[in-house]
Ligand binder design. Structure first.
Ligand code: ARG
Length: 256
């Protein structure tokens, strides 16, 4: 009798173990279904990346990253952080790639790798309508806002050697516009493809930066990442099949 009980218990345990094993296996299969690609951005830069009224991160870079992930068979996961922290996040390999309207400068290339460029934008100085600031020389004695860690922050520092103005570096790109509109700064210096949107939306004025010719925007990766080649191939495909143009028409049409 005891023996039969023991035997039955053994069978029961085996059945339960098998069932659990199966469940685990299925779960594993499911989670490896699609590999996850973690992309970081700084969602303060419409139309490239911003938050829609529901709080969702949207924009050209987001659509492009999704198209790239689709092409390569990944599921995309987005991390929103300060622009200033993006390069560090790549260096620490906390994320796989960055799409943040980031210009592929030689200086950044010392610390991260870049894909081929997917968009080109000049620089612009935004002012209020009717402002007397119309050239670089007019910046004298004024306060100019830039986003921390951007090429504009660097460019402005170089410019300060020629023209004497106060620089106000700010964390968040949208704050630049708030500061300008509320009169705390007289100028906001940023990418043209973003500035033109604000010009229309907020009735601002501005002039092109004649001093700088910035490199194109590209996807950034940790140094040595083997994703670079794959993403370049995906970008080429999206260029050839018209998807890149479609996204530019959707997001950047009146920004140029
Ligand atoms: N293109 C500039 C740079 O690379 C500014 C990019 C800012 N991007 C952002 N998502 N706030 O420095």
């Amino acid at each position: 009798m005891k023996k039969t009980m023991l035997f039955l218990m053994l069978i029961f345990t085996l059945v339960v173990m098998a069932a659990c094993g199966q469940k685990d296996g299925a779960k594993e299969e499911k989670s490896t279904d699609k590999k996850v690609l973690t992309m970081a951005t700084s969602a303060d830069f419409a139309p490239f990346e911003s938050r829609d009224p529901s709080g969702k991160v949207v924009g050209f870079d987001i659509d492009l990253a999704n198209a790239i992930a689709d092409e390569l068979g990944y599921k995309l996961e987005i991390k929103d952080m300060k622009f200033d922290g993006l390069i560090g996040a790549l260096q620490a390999k906390r994320v796989d790639m960055v799409l943040a309207g980031m210009s592929a400068t030689e200086k950044r290339k010392q610390n991260v790798d870049f894909s081929t460029a997917y968009n080109h934008s000049g620089e612009m100085f935004l002012t209020k309508k009717g402002s007397s600031i119309k050239t670089i020389d007019d910046l004298k004695g004024k306060t100019v806002a830039v986003q921390l860690g951007t090429i504009q922050e660097e460019g402005a520092k170089t410019l300060q050697k020629k023209v004497d103005f106060t620089l106000k570096p700010l964390d968040n790109s949208t704050t630049l516009i708030q500061e300008l509109v509320t009169g705390r700064v007289q100028v906001a210096y940023l990418d043209k493809s973003v500035a033109t949107g604000y010009m229309k939306e907020q009735g601002l004025a501005g002039f092109d930066d004649p001093t700088s010719s910035s490199p194109g925007m590209a996807v950034a990766f940790p140094k040595g990442s083997n994703l670079v080649g794959d993403v370049n191939k995906a970008l080429q495909k999206l260029e050839e099949n018209g998807k890149l143009k479609e996204l530019k028409d959707k997001w950047l049409k009146d920004q140029q």
